[in-house]
Design a protein around this ligand. Structure first.
Ligand code: FES
Length: 220
């Protein structure tokens, strides 16, 4: 067992802001893209959840006695299960005049009676990339190189975390804006909201390659 305070390296009486700051710093270092592991990443997230969800209901800061430790020997505690992904096709945004940063984008999508290929949910197993999961569930999402070197498979991450082990095309600016690659993007949060097919947004337009053979074979 390890205390979530120790995982985040904060004092027992740390307040909400200090927990948030420590979490953001720690989760960055634990991220698989920054040399951490999925297990470490999940542990940090679980420590944060424990501290924010198990705090006393009276609104006090609480302390070490008020929250449960994180059991590292409990497989369920750090296990990485399938991620739930809510997806939306960028073409829907173009058709309807919606924007990627609309706060209620996914609420509007859910109310809009869209086709199952345009909007829906899918589960992504821990060893699957987002693109692999979409394809194995029968969806045809765009791609070309499958190797992190074009923007054809790009998605916009509206919520959640997607690990990006190989990326030689998207700049830091792109990732800060929320763009990721689906061909080697592995969910590292339990839930994500993504807009796929964003290769035509002006920021990514010049980074596209001609579609790969699989994509051409499935195009109408
Ligand atoms: S298909 Fe080229 S980077 Fe994903």
């Amino acid at each position: 067992m390890v205390s979530p305070f120790d995982v985040l390296n904060i004092d027992d009486d740390a307040d909400e802001d200090a927990i948030e700051r420590a979490y953001r710093e720690r989760v960055k270092r634990a991220h698989p893209d920054q040399g951490g592991s999925l297990e470490e990443f999940q542990l940090v997230r679980r420590a944060y959840r424990t501290l924010t969800e198990e705090r006393p209901a009276d609104g006090s800061n609480g302390d070490r006695a008020d929250v449960g430790d994180v059991d590292l020997t409990d497989d369920d505690a750090t296990a990485v299960g399938p991620a739930r992904v809510e997806f939306l096709d960028y073409e829907v945004l173009v058709d309807r005049g919606w924007a990627l940063d609309d706060d209620d984008l996914f609420v509007k999508a859910s109310d809009a009676d869209l086709r199952a290929t345009d909007y829906g949910r899918l589960l992504v197993d821990p060893d699957e990339s987002l693109l692999e999961a979409a394809e194995s569930r029968g969806f045809t999402w765009p791609f070309s190189c499958r190797g992190g070197a074009c923007a054809n498979c790009a998605v916009y991450l509206a919520e959640g975390e997607l690990s990006q082990p190989v990326n030689t095309i998207l700049s830091e600016d792109h990732t800060e804006q929320g763009f990721r690659l689906s061909c080697n993007g592995y969910p590292v949060s339990d839930e994500l909201k993504i807009v796929f097919n964003v290769k035509h947004v002006p920021e990514l337009d010049e980074l596209r390659l001609p579609p790969g053979p699989f994509r051409r074979a499935h195009s109408k």
